[in-house]
Ligand binder design. Sequence first.
Ligand code: B12
Ligand code: SF4
Length: 533
Amino acid sequence: MRSLRVTILDLVTKGPTKSLYTRVMNPNLASIMPQVVGVWCEELGHQVRFVCYTGREDLHQELLNETDLVFIGAFTRSALTAYALSQLFRSRGAVTVLGGPHARSYPQDAAQYFDYVVGFTDKPLIHAILADCAPHRPLGIQLAAARQPTELPGVKARWKFIEPTLAKAPTAFKLVPMLGSMGCPYTCGFCVDANVDYQPLSFEQIREDLQFLRTKMRRPIVGWHDPNFGVRFEEYMQAIETAIPPNSIDFIAESTLSLLSEPHLKRLRANGFKGMLPGIESWYALGDKSRTGRQTGEDKVQQVAEHINLILRYIPYVQVNFVLGMDADQGPEPFALTKQFMDRAPGAFPAFNLLTAFGQAAPYNRDLQRDGRVLPVPFHFLDNLHAMNVRPKHYAWPEFYDHVVDLSRHAYSWPMIATRLRLNRGWIPKWFNVIRAVSSGFGQIKHHMAIRRVLETDGSVRRFLEGDTAELPAFYANKIRSKLGPLWDVLPDGALMHDHLAYLHAEPDPVPNLIELGSPSAGESPPVPIGAH
Ligand code: B12
Ligand code: SF4
């Protein structure tokens, strides 16, 4: 196979950004897989140029070099940026590949703009693409490994990509991305991992990576990207304890409340865990996850608030995640309960996600599409914050946004900011929460208020959100144009909109669209078309 010039682009964001919070945080939100793909491409004998786009780079300048093959990793919020860039690269003769959350959610749509669209990705699949490296147009081919990979290059192998990315972070807060497991034993219907079996990665590699990191940074901070950290709790703690001196690396992880018992919290504190992001999601659903069993409403608020306060005694930074607009919620009560919760556990930072059906990412999305509740809201706004593409079951839009605005105002009010500042321990949690509330929180309030206003003043937006028309209101198009800047001009025709019912109409077992791609290494399962796993 000839040696290819490969460009790898990790799109952390969709366009230029100046806010203080994104400036500090974006380099810390880089993905692991683009770095992994970079390592694999080099191991397979190709030359790699790696760019992590955080919103401050000049993309035109960064991407000038000649390239044969481009891998882009994108979340759905960056899909249009990815489509425009693919168009640009293709016009210069390169072949393009899309991977990441958008590719897993909307493969049919992405295939119109990329030569390859990949789901689960392992080394044989990357090998096969490198060997084939040919344009597939007008429709790209969709590929996926049969399952999540069982091993990935660790921090040491990825360091050459991690180091320049973290150098972009303007403060001492530099988060090294690590992964200890994939999948999840829970089956929350709205989650991309609902049907993905839990699978730990090598504990030996975790040990090696932690030891390596201590040779590179004075006091490293590791962000675990595991969907649900700590499922095999004992083994993870042992891996950490046998690798490094107690409390010599700071850790941040996403976990479920059910895994955060007091004995576990003691162990986590002893091992340097400084940040924890448990999901509460709703006061009326998902009791298993939050360990509240059948309790709902006020009882659950009290129990969860006590649990969060317990966590805060051991772990200085806690972010609690809520999903707004879930089917189990109706009337003002769920929002009132969340406010009550914040008053009872004011030290935790609340993050509100608007219920979003990301294409075919979660099983429940098919039901929502069948019920006619999914809207063709452009990808650009689908980040759990800026728009909701599901019509709420029990709320009219104005009523829903009134509640969202009111809740956000409460969460990011000066009295709440001051209370968190007083209660949080350590300067990082204290100031991080202030910056976050003032920058991201205030931004959210402003945005939700704007949507609420537009619901009254712009009939086209209201009709669009009611599902009465699929014609995109100018309000949305203008926002996209101003964010994309020069990339707007290279956005492929039709890219602004997508088939929001593609999952519903997709064949359960699609006809294989797999051409003969190079041969995967012996003993590994060959790539299969998406949808067959
Ligand atoms: C860890 C995590 C984060 C971390 C790390 C993010 C990151 N940069 O990777 C943090 C907390 C920073 C984060 C932030 C956000 N997240 Co997040 N996050 C996750 C989580 C829990 C795990 C993802 C993960 O790393 N899994 C392990 C990897 C190895 O597996 P994988 O993701 O399945 O990837 C496989 C394939 O997709 C493929 N692949 C992945 N990337 C690439 C790239 C290339 C080039 C190739 C070829 C292949 C490839 O290979 C992998 C192995 O098979 C998922 C939910 C979940 N349970 O999966 C949400 C999830 C990915 N996040 C989501 C969202 C919406 C966000 C935010 C927009 C939230 C926000 N408003 O800020 C931001 C966006 C950040 C960004 N970089 O743009 C959505 C994405 C939906 C979508 N279609 O866009 C998810 C699915 C959760 C959800 N709401 O359903 N997130
Ligand atoms: S516990 Fe979290 S990661 Fe697991 S299925 Fe539920 S939402 Fe997804």
